[in-house]
Design a protein around this ligand. Sequence first.
Ligand SMILES: [Zn+2]
Length: 132
Amino acid sequence: MSGESIVRTFYAALGEGKILGTKCGECGSYSFPPKTACTECGSRDIEVVEMSGDGELQFYSSGGLPPLRFADYAPYAYGLVKLKEGPMWLTMIKGVEVVDHDKMEAFFTTLPVAVKAKIAEVAGTNIVTFEV
Ligand SMILES: [Zn+2]
């Protein structure tokens, strides 16, 4: 599958509520978002698979200057999730404190916490976010 068609397949699946990644036939590693070659060993022996949507939030941040197209959603949290299948993903995090710094600090002491993928339309595009 070409890089372009794998991206198209990924977004079409998001519209149907499915989150796709790729699994390597060589080393068994998962890549997310789907790649034409394994991110671990470079093998092109990959298959497109549906991801579980389970992950663990490693950390997040909020505030600062959002990209203009996300300004309407501010303040929001942006964090790093380790997917159950292995890959890391930096994305918007829902269901966490984004204003009160003391509450955020208290929550940080509990990390990593389990999160679940949630497909959300942001600025006209479906993206994979995670919710605590
Ligand atoms: Zn591999």
